[in-house]
Design a protein around this ligand. Structure first.
Ligand SMILES: [Zn+2]
Length: 390
């Protein structure tokens, strides 16, 4: 397929821009959906989708499916946005959806109301032209991706699994692009786990150290070894795992008091060479090897997500070819960035990629997206659907 002409692209750009503006005007700060999902459900119903709201706690989720056969192709995303920050710092009010030149400004423009709007308009055109497409097309939307993400995508996936509804392919419209639209497609993400380590000691006078037990001194060697450890070498798709201390706290503020405890927070972003279990075990081993006995400390671990990877196959091929067709851009497959809701969907065995607008302004003051890119993105999504469901 050749790149779309300007004339072909114009209505796609306008339609996607208008929908994105409607979404931005609803100040849907996590987890408050502000009616975004009902508005989208109404449009999807018109295109033949069966819509099933799945509210969990104070989180709105929407599952909308068109067709009963496999394979099941899912377009996934979130309607919630992060807070605006200082309102007076914005050039245009963050929920006014002002268009200036080719840029549409607003909280969520890039992360990820632009992607959601492009997915909806792509599905609308695709279903109109190919009402009898093969397999099924579905939307999975949540209003809690930016928050705790407990009652969002994870819960929907749980419900789908419970009734044997299996996702074969998933396209997540998160802002994956770096410099130009389509230059980066994510086909996996690193895992993330972190801990609060509290090292116990005995408070005392610095002049009488024999009557105290300094937790800072006890922990120094272990912290140094943790920070310097080679956790793995990464692999073909992932960089080496990294360990970072983010907070460290001890002492009363007085110069003559040995503190009673030391508290350290750290995080690891890790590759598919490791699991959270392996990391936790190795951490305990390092602490022991540097003289910290189990009685000397408590450690509370948090898991944000295990790493996941979609090996290059049908879906990545379709995305790479579609981006070349529509945008004329060569794509890099990448596993960078933070975690995403892909971490809940990929473990079901689905092939999963993330493709969306440029991410330079996400979560920032003056978040914005190129209006032309919104149209190109929608055309690219439609092209991917044609490759996968015709
Ligand atoms: Zn996002």
């Amino acid at each position: 397929m050749p790149e779309p002409t300007e004339q072909e692209l114009r209505p796609i750009v306008q339609n996607t821009r208008d929908l994105c503006r409607e979404l931005i005007k609803r100040p849907s700060v996590t987890p408050d959906d502000q009616g975004c999902q009902p508005m989208l459900a109404e449009r999807l119903q018109t295109s033949g989708f069966t819509c099933e709201p799945m509210r969990c706690g104070d989180v709105d989720n929407l599952w909308a499916r068109r067709g009963a056969e496999g394979p099941l192709f899912v377009l996934a995303g979130h309607t919630d946005v992060v807070p605006t920050g200082d309102l007076s710092a914005w050039t245009h009010p963050p929920f006014d959806a002002v268009v200036e030149g080719d840029l549409l400004y607003g909280r969520g423009a890039a992360d990820m109301k632009g992607g959601v709007a492009a997915m909806i308009t792509a599905a609308e055109r695709f279903c109109k032209v190919h009402p009898d497409h093969r397999g099924s097309l579905a939307f999975l939307l949540t209003s809690d991706e930016e928050g705790p993400a407990v009652d969002g995508t994870a819960k929907v996936v749980e419900r789908l699994s419970a009734r044997d509804e299996h996702i074969d392919y998933c396209l997540l419209g998160e802002p994956s692009s770096a410099q130009v639209l389509g230059d980066t497609v994510r086909h996996g993400r690193r895992g993330s786990t972190g801990a609060t380590l509290t090292v116990h000691g005995t408070q005392g006078h610095v002049a009488y150290p024999h009557l105290a037990d300094n937790p800072v001194h006890k922990a120094l060697a272990a912290l140094n070894t943790l920070a310097g450890a080679q956790w793995d070498n990464g692999n073909e798709h992932f960089p080496a795992t990294t360990f970072q201390i983010s907070n460290i706290k001890a002492g009363t503020g007085a110069t003559n008091v040995i503190p009673a405890t030391l508290e350290v927070q750290f995080n690891l972003r890790f590759s598919t060479e490791l699991t959270t279990r392996a990391i936790w075990q190795r951490t305990d081993e390092i602490l022991a090897s540097e003289g910290l006995q189990p009685d000397d400390y408590t450690i509370n671990w948090q898991v944000s997500g295990e790493p996941f990877l979609t090996e290059p196959a049908a879906l990545t091929d379709a995305a790479i070819a579609a981006i070349k067709d529509i945008c004329g851009t060569d794509t890099t497959l990448d596993t960078g960035g933070g975690t995403s809701d892909g971490r809940f969907i990929a473990p079901t065995g689905a092939q999963l990629i993330e493709l969306g607008p440029c991410n330079a302004t996400i979560h920032q003051i003056d978040e914005c997206v190129s209006v032309t890119d919104l149209g190109l993105l929608s055309a690219t999504y439609e092209n991917i659907l044609s490759r996968m469901l015709l």
